[in-house]
Design a protein around this ligand. Structure first.
Ligand SMILES: *Cc1c(COP(=O)(O)O)cnc(C)c1O
Length: 404
């Protein structure tokens, strides 16, 4: 499905089920519901002229033409990306081997030797490490900014600033950013905007509609949804399309059709999964908020969260990843006793899968780290909420026994 016109007025839920298939929107009836998984490196061509024509289209990133070499992606990558582009309201999307590679490639596409970029202090740890530890090799300088900044961020924009990077809510600390305002501000200064939109999924926030140039996803999380793949995506509009297209090509990037096929399958059920993720998150948060050891739950959908007004204004829903800040008097030993020996909550990195996870988290925030007290991150899965709460109850009993 590459012709966008017939789908223009479809609801996102219908896009999730109908796009990236040969039927029914493409008018084909006698075929399987799901498109085949197509693997391959070498494509055989009709004749020499055909080969030469096709390579021109490939370099131009024209997805409407047949492919000429495996690295340009088979119909499988195209099927997956066509759904994503439509959901994100973008012009073009790319699949990458991990969420992190999508974040770093988007930055590399927009900045070069001698440039300066702005990155929120709340950004995903490995993205932050890339900016601090690897970009200097390219002569790219990075300033971390307080994610709660609004128009005053303009004062940090230098003549050589090329990128304003965002992540909303932030990793581990969940600060919401005023994305429309920052996108406008950047545009006025000729600065490209990139956002890591993984938490919201394309269903709850469409950054490109708010003027952002590039939206990035760790499709590893809710899009895949089953903890069985690693995948990243980039969706762009306007000038950014050419920048990402060229960088992706020159770096030789590629994502396996198997992972794209699984991610497309994940998309089909993303809405009902997210509905259940949310109701489980709400149930856990309601219980956690009543525990005397808990100082605060970090989740922008909560009315008392500092980011709630921005979330309510810009987002149409919330996923199920949240933070739990404990009161400063809770000891490390007691805090660890809660997470050790849980029956249902796994101790594992990543999030957005069907299974619930719980990890102690250690934000790298350096600007205004206003709150103290241990921080737990919970990814609410799809289990029965009563069973999950019973697991939390047992964990809090262990915490209390250690805390004394
Ligand atoms: C997990 C994560 C990534 C990286 O995704 P991987 O596929 O694990 O590389 C990027 N951004 C955010 C916000 C994440 O949580």
């Amino acid at each position: 499905m590459t012709d966008k016109t017939p789908t223009a007025r479809l609801h996102p839920d219908t896009i999730l089920t109908n796009l990236g298939r040969d039927t029914p929107l493409a008018g084909k009836r006698e075929t399987f519901v799901n498109p085949p998984l197509v693997r391959g490196s070498t494509v055989l061509h009709q004749d020499v002229d055909d080969m030469r024509d096709r390579i021109r289209y490939a370099v131009a990133g024209d997805d409407t033409k047949p492919i000429t070499y495996g690295i340009h992606g088979s119909s499988t990558q195209r099927d997956f990306l066509s759904v994503l582009t439509e959901l994100e309201c973008g012009e073009k999307s790319w699949a990458l081997p991990s969420g992190l590679s999508a974040c770093t490639t988007a930055i590399l596409a927009c900045a070069g030797q001698g440039d300066h970029i702005l990155v929120p202090d709340s950004s995903y740890g490995p993205t932050r490490d890339f900016c601090e530890q690897w970009l200097p090799r390219m002569g790219i300088r990075c300033t971390f900014y307080n994610p709660c900044m609004g128009a005053e961020l303009g004062e940090l924009i230098l003549p050589n600033t090329r990128v304003l990077y965002m992540e909303s809510p932030g990793s581990l600390t969940f600060e919401m950013q005023d994305v429309p305002l920052l996108a406008q501000l950047a545009k006025r200064h000729g600065v490209k905007t990139i956002i890591d939109n993984s938490w919201a999924t394309p269903l709850f926030f469409q950054p490109l509609k708010h003027g952002v140039d590039i939206s990035v996803h760790a499709a590893t999380k809710y899009i895949g949804g089953h903890s069985d793949l690693l995948l990243g995506t980039i969706t762009a509009q306007g000038e950014a399309v050419g920048l990402v297209r060229d960088t992706y090509r020159h770096l030789g990037l590629y994502a396996s059709p198997d992972d794209c096929w699984l991610a497309l399958r994940g998309l089909r059920t993303m809405r009902p999964r997210l509905d259940r993720h949310r109701s489980n998150a709400d149930a856990l948060i309601a219980w956690l908020s009543e525990q005397p050891e808990v100082a605060r739950v970090l989740y922008p959908a909560l009315p008392n969260d500092p980011g709630h007004a921005l979330w309510k204004r810009d987002f149409t829903g919330a996923s199920s990843l949240f933070g739990v800040r404990f009161k400063p008097e809770i000891s490390l030993e007691a805090f660890h006793a809660l997470s050790n020996d849980t029956r249902l909550f796994g101790r594992g990195y990543s999030w957005g899968g069907f299974e619930s996870l719980m990890i102690p988290s250690y934000p790298k925030r350096k600007i205004d780290p206003t709150e103290s007290g241990h921080l737990l991150r919970i990814s609410a899965g799809l289990e029965d909420p009563g069973d999950l709460i019973a697991d939390l109850q047992a964990g809090f009993a262990r915490l209390r026994a250690k805390q004394g």
